[in-house]
Design a protein around this ligand. Structure first.
Ligand SMILES: C[S@@+](CC[C@H](N)C(=O)[O-])C[C@H]1O[C@@H](n2cnc3c(N)ncnc32)[C@H](O)[C@@H]1O
Length: 1004
């Protein structure tokens, strides 16, 4: 079977850099078409597809050339970043040059070159690529860009809709043009933007022509029609709702700031549940909401203070000062009544919420001023408009199919929808009445546009395509227009509902002006969507019609049709897609209704599918709430479901097809279960590339050890005549196979946990090429499990790394004799120093050393948990802050509960028995070093000498190398370094001890 490029080499660094960079680019990127959690970067998907579709060129030079054409070369450039203080910081940043992975390079002529090469590799045929968990469509889109026939499948109707918009409509209408509608031609504003957009120099001429209506009606592509009809919807909706958002003093409203309120159980005053009173907090702009009880002490009087004072002292003191002067009423214990000091506990608030007694009050208004945003109190007119909207909500929803979205919000085991316990249990409750009124109005015109298009003579295919993109604009607006949207006081911008993947209750929220062209309004939604359509038209045109299927991956039906299955499955309980995306489902159902029977069928049920126990099928996520809280059952059902999908994928692939499967690597145990299922399904695992797809939160100094967000596992079909293997032979083969690969990976600059992961795939081949691996020296046909095998692999890998760490003089060292705890310590110290380290990496290293993070913390006293919270990686690697900013519980970080750990310092490590053997185990070398440091510090040389001699440390080469390695990792000028150097010099001065001779009375 011909090897694929991905099985031999991969532009790992380039794919990672360009994937991370892609997170910063927005215009035209599919992530801005519609929200979907866990999107994979296009760069990583493109790189994985090309290297899987192309055979390995065979020679080192050819391979290098192809990889360079694909990933480009790496360069270091200086980047200047403006800090909040106004100062500029210059940083050296690594970037790619050339290649086709960087955002913007997808239009490079080299893409065409790769397309031709792929076709050549498939004897002129179009390769078929399947993604059974296609989600937001990154993988099938890239397959189409490369000229492949893509099949994209997802069980969720929202994802299916996004896939249709991403792959299907653009492909069908790519290259087609038709004249702009008359209303667009009649509009000076629209035509000006058109001429500007198409780069016509004759801007002036355009205007003259527009006014005189003299020009030829231009034939334009779908993207321009989408823009025109978005503009049509905006004009009509604006007509109806503009008066709800009056501009005061000629300044357009950006948004209204609200706080939820509750009645004090003691004095009955109305308490604002404010998390913060900061309205804007920048270095040079500090605006506070002030408040004081009214005369009757029944509620609060608010004011806006535009010149909040600066605190003095260092930055921590200034932070503390700001926290104090901006404190709201909410804390971890609940909401404090500013009138009488009574605390409404969280339980009180939940009870009031459930009884529908939580209210909200408008506190301030953000408007666009000449010199930026301004803050003021709401006028009585504005308060009246907000309050009056409620009278019209019923009327507007009477015109909308399915009416007001009264569907209940589901709860899951992870409490992703924790608005529900506070009484926000139906979707419409996530919106203010005015938001509902406006959304109802936009739905009405989005639907009416269809009829207007038909009247304009648009063919049905065009009407449907334009309509779906209008609905995407609507969904963008809905994301911004809920009470889960927050005001970002630092950036002075609105953060939409899914700034994080949860439906929380926000105590203070922002109500955006949907007509404003500031971010969050419909005009920007329109522009975002139109730009994506333009990108998609050029990306999909070279491919045949895609197949977009709304079905479960468990039901993949194919007998060997596919060349590649490349997919990114849901990972255990990482994301509750269906529960969260029902937020959009209910609106899509209403807005799309009647567009086609296929779409109506997709949105026929009240909400998206969860799990159907009778069919034993449904959304494959580990959510115990679907199994009566039974965690083990939920995990089992997920794993069994995934195993069934792998079997289907095996069947769907041609004999020499490849499966590439993307996994988060949260916990090695969970990962190993899935890999076992892949092997059982008939696959040989022969590659694994850890691609960083997220912006790292850590400093450049540690970037080499950054935990990549996902592992791309490469598998091929096992020979049907493969026979069982024996563990001793398999291990031998594995060691021989990975020896050179480890050197290659090391030389390629792969470090940290990535190094372990990169080595895992190639090592797995020796094991997984057998349907089963038996233990040679065990009775009863006992088999070697994947975990057992991987433990051996990882140990070899970490020994290799530690060997390098110990090679302070350049000579290679064998670290296989080093005890596990010291091995762990060196790995950790090498990658993360004494700073915070992500728990995921530490678990991996601990497991690799046959230890656990818990035993390292409790038993060996090496690790400590810190209060810090790591940037959480979801399965799609999207960066989610792990704190839920609105849970009152998170006001203060709890000590020792974070997902970040660090090494204990030598000073902290001073348990009584440390550095001495016990009956059951000998002391780890690192403990002996730390014991010696304490002895040295105490200043008694005799005790130092006794300790060194009693333990034979002068003739322990590993100990000497360890000392050197520790000296190099200790900070220059630190006490640690000074002590280590003193000990090392002292030992050197005393010389190597003679090898102990056995005597009549024992060893001397
Ligand atoms: C990690 S996401 C895929 C993200 C995608 N690669 C992207 O770039 O947007 C996993 C997807 O699996 C889908 N899914 C969950 N269970 C499924 C099933 N039984 N069949 C098909 N799709 C399923 C989810 O709806 C989700 O979209």
């Amino acid at each position: 079977m011909e090897e694929r490029l991905i099985e031999v080499d991969f532009p790992l660094k380039q794919a990672s850099l360009d994937s991370v960079h892609e997170k910063n680019v927005r215009h035209g990127h599919i992530s801005t078409l519609h929200i979907w959690p866990a999107r994979r970067p296009l760069a990583a998907s493109r790189a994985a597809l090309i290297t899987t579709l192309l055979p390995d060129p065979g020679t080192l030079d050819d391979r290098k050339r192809t990889l360079e054409k694909l990933g480009g070369s790496l360069v270091e450039v200086e980047k200047t970043k403006k800090l909040p203080s106004g100062k500029a910081e210059v940083k050296l940043v690594e970037e790619t040059r050339g290649g086709i992975l960087h955002w913007g390079q997808e239009v490079s002529p080299d893409v065409e070159w790769f397309r031709d090469k792929i076709k050549e590799a498939y004897d002129g045929q179009v390769p078929k690529v399947l993604d059974p968990f296609a989600g937001g469509g990154a993988i099938p889109l890239e397959a189409m860009r490369l000229g492949c026939e893509a099949t994209a499948m997802d069980i969720n109707p929202v994802a299916w809709f996004i896939l249709k918009c991403t792959l299907d409509y653009p492909q069908r209408l790519a290259g087609q043009r038709r004249p702009l509608p008359q209303f667009a031609l009649d509009s000076t504003g629209f035509m000006e933007s058109y001429f500007k957009g198409v780069g016509k120099k004759a801007k002036k001429q355009g205007r003259e022509e527009t006014q005189g209506r003299l020009f030829d009606t231009p034939d334009v592509d779908l993207a321009w029609h989408v823009r025109a009809w978005g503009w049509w919807v905006l004009q009509h909706a604006e007509n109806d709702v503009q008066q709800l958002y009056p501009a005061v003093d000629g300044k357009v409203t950006v948004g209204y700031l609200w706080t939820r309120t509750i009645r004090c159980k003691h004095c009955r005053a109305t308490i604002p549940l404010l998390k913060t009173r900061w309205l804007c907090k920048k270095d040079k702009k500090r605006v506070l909401l002030t408040m004081m009880p009214n005369g009757e002490k029944t509620g609060m009087i608010f004011n806006v203070q535009s010149d909040a004072p600066q605190g003095g002292g260092n930055s921590a003191q200034r932070r503390e000062y700001d926290k104090r002067i901006g404190a709201g009423t909410m804390s971890r214990s609940g909401g404090t009544c500013p009138c009488c000091g009574t605390i409404m506990t969280m339980e009180d608030i939940r009870l009031e919420g459930k009884a529908d007694r939580l209210a909200a009050t408008m506190t301030a208004v953000v408007v666009g001023g000449v010199k930026g945003k301004e803050y003021r109190l709401p006028t009585s007119d504005e308060l009246a408009h907000a309050a009056g909207a409620v009278d019209h909500v019923t009327d507007i929803f009477a015109e909308v199919p399915y009416g007001l979205p009264e569907e209940f919000i589901a709860e899951d085991a992870k409490h992703n929808t924790w608005c529900v316990p506070y009484g926000i249990d139906q979707f419409y409750k996530l919106f203010t009445p005015r938001q509902l009124l406006v959304l109802g109005t936009f739905i009405k015109y989005t639907r009416n546009a269809r009829i207007a298009m038909q009247n304009e003579g648009y063919p049905p295919q065009w009407t449907e395509a334009i309509s779906v993109y209008l609905v995407c604009m609507l969904d963008r607006l809905i994301n911004q227009c809920s009470t889960v949207a927050r005001w970002n006081q630092g950036a002075e911008k609105i953060e939409g509902t899914f700034a994080r993947f949860a439906l929380p209750i926000l105590w203070d929220f922002v109500e955006v002006n949907p007509l404003s062209s500031a971010s969050g309004g419909y005009p920007s939604a329109l522009e975002w969507v139109a730009q994506v359509v333009r990108h998609l038209l050029s990306s999909t045109g070279a491919a045949p019609n895609p197949n977009v299927l709304r079905q479960s991956a468990i039901q993949v039906l194919s007998n060997g049709d596919y060349d590649i299955v490349l997919t990114d499955p849901p990972y255990y309980d990482a994301i509750g897609y269906s529960v969260l995306m029902d937020f959009f489902y209910v609106w899509l159902q209403r807005a799309l209704h009647g567009l086609s029977s296929e779409i109506d069928g997709a949105f026929a049920s009240p909400l998206a599918p969860k799990w159907d126990s009778q069919q034993n099928d449904g959304e494959l996520i580990d959510d115990a709430s679907r199994f009566g809280g039974d965690k083990a059952k939920s995990k089992g059902v997920y794993e069994e479901g995934m195993a069934r999908v792998f079997l289907r994928c095996h069947k769907a692939l041609k004999p020499d097809g490849r499966l590439v499967i993307v996994f988060a690597h949260k916990h090695p145990d969970a990962w190993e279960t899935l890999v076992s299922a892949i092997i059982r399904a008939g696959f040989v695992v022969d590659g694994s590339w850890p691609i960083q797809t997220e912006r790292g939160s850590r400093s450049r100094a540690l970037s080499s050890a950054a935990l990549s967000s996902s592992i791309w596992l490469v598998c091929k079909k096992r020979s049907p005549i493969a026979r069982p293997g024996w563990d001793n032979q398999v291990l031998e083969e594995m060691e021989a196979n990975i020896a050179t690969r480890l050197r290659d990976f090391w030389d390629a600059g792969i470090r940290g946990p990535d190094f372990v992961w990169a080595a895992t795939g190639p090592a797995m081949e020796a094991y997984s090429k057998h349907p089963v691996v038996k233990k040679a020296d065990a009775a009863n046909n006992e088999v070697m499990t994947v975990s057992e095998f991987l433990r051996q692999v990882r140990r070899i890998v970490v020994n290799f790394v530690v060997g390098r760490v110990l090679s302070t003089d350049g000579d290679e060292r064998d670290a296989s004799e080093l005890d596990s705890v010291t091995t762990y310590y060196l790995l950790h110290r090498h990658d993360f120093g004494m700073a915070d380290a992500p728990i995921g990496a530490c678990i991996l290293y601990a497991v690799s050393c046959n230890l656990s993070d818990r035993s390292l913390a409790d038993q060996y006293d090496i690790l400590q948990k810190t209060g810090g919270k790591a940037v959480q990686e979801d399965e799609g690697g999207e960066e989610l802050a792990s704190d839920d900013a609105e849970t009152p519980e998170d006001d203060d970080e709890e000590e020792g509960t974070g997902s970040v750990v660090k090494l204990k310092t030598w000073q902290q490590r001073n348990r009584k028995g440390m550095g001495y053997d016990t009956e059951s185990r000998s002391s780890p070398l690192i403990d002996q070093v730390h014991r010696l440091m304490h002895l040295w510090k105490a200043g008694d040389v005799n005790k130092v000498n006794d300790y060194i001699d009693a333990r034979g440390l002068r003739r322990n080469a590993l100990f000497i190398h360890l000392l050197q390695a520790l000296i190099e990792s200790a900070a220059a000028g630190s006490e640690e370094r000074a002590l280590l150097e003193s000990i090392s010099n002292h030992m050197a001065a005393r010389g190597t001890a003679p090898v102990a001779q056995p005597t009549l009375f024992g060893t001397k």
